[in-house]
Design a protein around this ligand. Structure first.
Ligand SMILES: O=C(O)C(=O)C[C@]1(C(=O)O)C=C[C@@H](O)C=C1
Length: 106
């Protein structure tokens, strides 16, 4: 399996809400850890980009949305849920990237 390969997750069958919430808490820790890693790359993008008008990149936004839609379809995630989360997250990221870019004082 390459790092690009995705597969359908195997959710465990739960009998109680304690079991359900334990699994949700486990997933949330993993998701927040990945969000922290993504956020770091947004910060790096803010440092690397040379021009303020490249911070918001509509073509790249659509590229990300297209890719996460493909991944949603491959994993059984709901594409509407995934793209809604990503649109919100990327708007936050763009605002953050502007603060990083502007702090450079260029
Ligand atoms: O790919 C970039 O250029 C980024 O800065 C990352 C990112 C993202 O959150 O994925 C953020 C801002 C851009 O508008 C497009 C995408």
């Amino acid at each position: 399996m390459t790092s690009q390969t995705v597969s359908r997750p195997q959710a465990v069958a739960c009998e109680t809400m304690i079991d359900v919430r334990r699994e949700i808490d486990r997933i949330d820790r993993a998701m927040v850890t990945l969000i922290a890693e993504r956020e770091n790359y947004i910060q790096q993008a803010g440092h690397i980009k040379q021009s303020r008008d490249t911070v918001r990149d509509e073509a790249r936004i659509q590229d990300v949305l297209d890719k996460v839609t493909v991944t949603a379809q491959a994993t059984g995630a709901n594409p509407d849920l995934v793209t809604t989360v990503y649109r919100t997250m990327m708007e936050w990221c763009i605002a953050y990237e502007f603060t990083v870019f502007d702090a450079k004082g260029e």
